[in-house]
Design a protein around this ligand. Sequence first.
Ligand code: DGJ
Length: 343
Amino acid sequence: MRNILAVVLLISVWTLTAQERQSATQIHPGQVWNDANGHPINAHGGGILFHGGIYYWYGTHKIEGLSEKTFADGGIHCYASTDLLSWTDQGMVLSIEKDDQRSDLAFGCNFDRPKVVYNAKTKKFVAFFKLYLTGKGSETGYVGVALSDSPSGPFSYSHKFLGADSPNGSGDYAMFQEENGDLYHLTVRKPDKAFVVGKMRKDYLLPEKAYELCQGVTAKTEAPAIVKRNGVYHLVASGSTGWDPNPARYFTSKSLTGPWTFQGNPCEGVNPDNGLGKEKTYGGQSTFILPVAGRREAYIVLFDINKPENPYDSRSIWLPVTIKENKFLISWMDGWDMSFFGE
Ligand code: DGJ
């Protein structure tokens, strides 16, 4: 049954992709990005899972008309694509609870930066998200966990964990999955803002043991996005200035615990819409690095332009990586497509 559903989804994504190809031929960083139905994609602080030939984009759904102060987070919104240009709406795959104030996902919680990973052993899709409980402020940072049997959901909320051996837990984070399936949680620990890594259990539901310091990653590093290339981890991240943009920071290491080497700011160029360049990461903050399936040396860095007064209108910046002397360089482009990586 699940196989039939996957085939139906694949066919529908292909069909819509063909229609959409007429209009969406390029990625336009910082512009409104409509889904295949013509509605703005609503997936913020997100990440991408490639599964069964389909890319799934999961992000926080921001409720129209609300600000970050009045709690705009609505849960996880998912979109699917085969070409990374045209996205079909898969709907809300996990929603915050409007009516149950006792729930961990009660309206008013901060529900940020969802990332979904597939566990080949348990055959579960595991969604993680940064969770600040309703009414508790940002001092206690949990990692929420939800599970599904299908990449397009629905996900059921399972539990939360603190995510670092400190009383107050985890802030911005990344999940990194090794080729052998081992999963790591890298996070800015609260409240001291040291950057740490913990290995997850085989079922991915909880950390397996104590977290270790990522030696060489500056304290107060937020918005981590990580990928591994030829045995070297590349970490693109930001400083810690709330919703405001700051200069991106870039580190490399042969081990998750370090020593990490600071490689400076990987960005160059200017976003003509707001006049912001590398000193403010084009007005954005990193969230994910996507290796493009089936292409060598093809990585896309995803950023969000945060708009705390009107997060519904927050925009995505997707930019391709150029590799120079084994280092990542991210250059602003007004519009680009996959031919950037070669035909
Ligand atoms: C910085 C984080 O990177 C964002 O995702 C968001 O949580 C803001 N802080 C909130 O101030």
